[in-house]
Design a protein around this ligand. Structure first.
Ligand code: SDX
Length: 425
């Protein structure tokens, strides 16, 4: 494809055209500042790609999401979360023997050092789980300092396996600490989802068998959250990694980014909003009216997306899964009915139609997490657990890309021009 040509005053530059494997077209402006002194301004990077990536493909108009070319619908139906994690990290689905050794390696790293308990216990019991998780993830670099070199492939592999293995235990332990309950240790005879449920919900006083329906639903939810291209938190992970920070520090930055209510924190906000509606603090139409009111900062949480201008394919699967799981568990949750009424009302309203605002991954996920027994303030750490392999795959891709440069955006300065110092008068 021929270069694009940019002309500005007496300046002109040819911009090479980059074509992706799915026919996306990008203009390479890498030489723009050097050759013209000009640079671009793009708030929120809505028009800018920092890199070429092979991890996930998203078609926002068609509502398509694929991990390494595999449609999420097929992975959610047939794969295990660790299979998908392997796919994201290594680029292809594992053979049976590769999956077995990957599962074995992750299983053998699920224990935490005993002295990490002091870290959890240093927090107030009411601390938000995302703040504790981000701190504990960063602290892993101090408890496991022997494999931090981001340029050593063996060290990176060990740290990735440690993170996949230890984050469920850390989430379970922070949950137990906040609930004033004893810590439960991993069981090597359980698979990833069942082991996590065991560590969160079992108590020493009685036997506990993870419900296979709950474990299967959790497996699907983790897969659906596993990666999503250059979203806010993945960009945070890549940005911190671009400075050669270690994997634990980089993922900790991603957890902080995800905690924001405009990003992963939305799944908790959706449940809080639905519970307010259920408590009679306003009906669906009043919330729709508030969401449309430019003078009201309220947004319909779980709705809208930077990329999806059609139904988020993950929301479609999660919506069906919510109905199925509640039926299997014989739970009648009025919040599901309210959510469906809210969705139907919004999708028939011109404000949402014109702006192409549809339910996103966060709109229905909380209803399932709640049915699985998790408290609302744990929802976003569950999103983080699912996103872990995606963050690591994005970080690994960045570190292995010879074209990687430290992230250092330009700015258009609009402050004071030069002025002389005056001592205080
Ligand atoms: C995730 O990027 C990813 O991939 C993220 C994610 C992932 O997997 O990593 O998919 C996960 O973060 C999902 C999004 C969860 N957040 C929410 O549900 C919070 C509510 N949604 C919004 O705040 C918003 O839709 C965003 C943040 C998701 C997207 O914001 P954009 O792309 O910057 O869109 P915008 O703010 O420019 O909105 C465009 C218009 C505006 O109206 P006008 O100025 O044109 O009149 O749409 C309006 C917005 O006011 N709008 C909403 C709205 N979302 C956008 N109005 C009411 N309710 C909403 N939810």
């Amino acid at each position: 494809m021929a270069d694009a040509v940019l002309r500005f005053e007496d300046r002109e530059i040819n911009l090479p055209v980059i074509e992706g494997s799915e026919n996306e077209v990008g203009l390479d402006i890498s030489r723009l500042a050097a050759e013209t002194g000009l640079f671009t301004l793009d708030r929120g990077f809505g028009n800018t790609a920092e890199s070429q990536s092979q991890v996930s493909f998203i078609d926002g108009a068609a509502g398509i999401l694929r991990y390494r070319g595999y449609p999420i619908e097929q992975l959610a139906e047939h794969a295990s979360f660790l299979e998908v994690a392997y796919l994201l990290l290594y680029g292809s689905l594992p053979t049976k023997s590769a999956l077995a050794s990957f599962e074995d390696s992750v299983t053998r790293h699920t224990l935490l050092r005993e002295d990490m308990k002091k870290l959890f216990e240093a927090f107030p019991h009411e601390a938000h789980p995302m703040q504790i998780l981000a701190s504990a993830t960063s602290a892993l670099a101090t408890y496991y300092p022997d494999a931090l070199d981001p340029r050593n492939p063996e060290a990176v592999d060990l740290s990735m396996h440690r993170l996949l293995a230890k984050v469920p235990t850390m989430i379970a332990w922070l949950y137990k600490y906040r609930a004033h309950q004893p810590y439960m240790y991993p069981r090597n005879d359980l698979d990833y989802s069942a082991n996590f449920l065991h560590m969160v919900f079992s108590i020493p006083a009685e036997p506990y068998t993870p419900d296979p329906v709950v474990a299967a639903a959790l497996n699907v939810l983790l897969i659906l959250h596993a990666d999503h291209g250059q979203n806010c938190s993945a960009t945070a992970v890549r940005l911190v990694g671009s400075g050669d920070a270690n994997l634990f520090s980089s993922v900790s930055a991603g957890i902080h980014a995800l905690s924001g209510p405009l990003h992963g924190g939305a799944n908790q906000e959706v449940l809080d909003m639905l519970e307010e509606m259920a408590a009679g603090e306003g009906d669906v139409s009043s919330y729709i009216a508030r969401a449309k009111d430019r003078n009201d900062p309220f947004r319909l949480m779980g709705f809208g997306h930077r990329i999806y201008k059609n139904f988020d394919p993950r929301a479609r699967i999660i919506k069906q899964a919510a109905t199925d799981v509640l039926a299997k568990l014989r739970i009648d949750d009025p919040l599901l009915d309210i959510a469906q009424e809210l969705e139907a009302t919004a999708l028939s309203d011109d404000y949402f139609i014109e702006r192409k605002l549809y339910p996103n991954v966060d709109f229905y996920s909380g209803i399932i997490y709640r049915a699985l027994g998790f408290p609302t303030d744990m929802f976003t750490v569950l999103f983080a657990l699912g996103r872990l392999p995606g963050w690591m795959a994005q970080w690994k891709e960045l570190k292995e890309d010879p074209k990687t440069r430290i992230y250092r955006p330009q700015q258009v300065y609009s402050g004071e021009t030069e002025r002389a110092y005056q001592p205080p008068s």
